[in-house]
Design a protein around this ligand. Structure first.
Ligand SMILES: [Zn+2]
Length: 419
């Protein structure tokens, strides 16, 4: 945890500023707190492996006691949920310490419960490509003159990564699952500032700490929706321009896999008491992205059309520049991590003439049911020149290969992702 984070962090319960309790055990690394106890007027919270844990669930209380007993490694094990399984804990600790650990090997060591393996395909799935386009358009607009971003319930930071170059100061990634934000900081979005906190409790951030607040693919699982939205507006309050965005939230009017407890389009709108949001159906935004843009946020959809949508995006902003058509960014000319053939493709022999053939193959029927819309941009078969594959692996985009990136046949994955 960087010392500057004290500027935006507040106790979720009393709203007070926090400070390092210097009489308790703590470890610092320059301007970073690695281990310690933070105190406000009502409470104490641990910092574990550089991540403030701003809730009072049982694992956090156990971990805080372990920090006080000068046992930072055991505290991290408790937050990873491995406190009762010494063998698994030791396995994870050894892996973390090794230089060839990857996102994948660590997720696998945690056990199947974390993300069910679909993270491998996350950067090319239909939900992600819409979320990414929305982040680039909306955050790109309101942060154009500077300002900080927060990704709430951002899991292991896939969309936080899309914020990295837009946010002035590290984007903050907040999630209840310590293991996920830990993975984000190490692999998915290195340089983000992770905070472990509960989306069903008041947010542990100061009023106006950010200009852009988002929550993607998680809001339907939040029970305290009204508190959440009013808090989102509180943490961006006082800034012009600013925006709050909820993307990929399910719709009560239609059934979807992993449904959660969604509201109707009008139900979502009613949560925003002080700033009227616009609600978008995800299918139209998806079609915009597949078409190559622009992402048209000037559209206004009727209630009946919105009620037929499986997923919705809700954007609140006083900035009229947000609600316009946004050109999609061109594919990157160099990777932020590494270029890699989309892991949904399996090698299928030589394509003749110095090229390689790949075939689209879904990891499961469930995956195909939930994300099969990717067929709209991923061809069933693709032949790529070996020279182009070599150039891409070396971080260059050879002439004519940018279309492979645009269609997500080739993806820009984080380093050491494990594909
Ligand atoms: Zn407090």
């Amino acid at each position: 945890m960087h010392l500057s984070t004290f500027g935006v962090l507040r106790c979720p319960y009393c709203g007070g500023r926090l400070e390092l309790v210097t009489s308790s055990f703590h470890e610092k690394d320059g301007d970073e707190i690695r281990t310690g106890i933070l105190g406000c007027q009502c409470c104490i919270f641990p910092v574990i492996d550089g991540i403030p844990v701003m809730h009072l669930q049982e694992n956090a209380t156990t971990a805080r006691e372990l920090v006080e007993q000068k046992k930072p490694l055991e505290a991290r094990r408790a937050m990873f949920g491995l406190g009762a399984d010494p063998a698994a804990a030791e396995n994870v600790d050894t892996l973390i310490a090794s230089s060839d650990a990857t996102y994948r090997t660590i997720v696998e060591a945690f056990g199947e419960h974390l993300e069910g393996g679909y993270f491998l395909y996350r950067f090319a799935d239909p939900t992600f490509i819409v979320g990414h386009a929305l982040v680039r358009a909306v955050a790109g607009t309101v942060l154009r003159g500077g300002g900080r971003a927060v990704d709430i319930c951002g899991g292991s930071g896939h969309l936080t990564r899309s914020l990295m170059d837009l946010s002035t100061g590290s984007p903050v990634l907040a999630d209840l699952y310590f293991a996920k934000v830990w993975l984000a900081r190490r692999f998915t979005a290195p340089g983000c500032e992770p905070v472990c906190c509960d989306g069903n409790a008041p947010m542990p951030f100061a009023r106006g700490a950010f200009r852009f607040a988002m929550c993607s693919d998680a809001f339907m699982y939040i029970w305290t929706k009204r508190q959440f939205v009013l808090d989102m507006l509180r943490v961006i309050d006082g800034h012009v321009p600013s925006a709050a965005m909820i993307s990929h939230t399910h719709n009560q009017c239609t059934w979807t896999p992993s449904h959660g407890q969604p509201l109707t389009p009008d139900g979502y709108r009613n949560l925003f008491e002080t700033l009227e949001p616009r609600v978008f159906g995800e299918s139209g935004l998806f079609a915009d992205v597949v078409r190559g843009g622009p992402l048209d946020l000037s559209r206004r959809e009727g209630e009946e059309a919105l009620e037929a949508e499986q997923a919705l995006a809700i954007i609140a902003s006083t900035d009229p520049a947000v609600f316009t058509p946004h050109a999609l960014e061109p594919p990157p000319s160099k990777p932020s991590g590494q270029f890699h053939v989309n892991p949904l493709y399996v090698a299928d022999g030589a394509g003749g003439d110095g090229s390689a053939r790949f075939r689209l193959r879904f990891p499961s029927e469930d995956y195909e049911q939930e994300y099969g819309a990717c067929r709209q941009y991923l061809p069933d078969e693709v032949v790529i020149a070996r020279a182009d594959l070599e150039a891409l692996a070396a971080g260059r985009v050879p002439p004519g290969a940018s279309d492979l990136l645009r269609r997500r046949v080739v993806v820009d994955l984080p380093l050491r992702y494990g594909v």
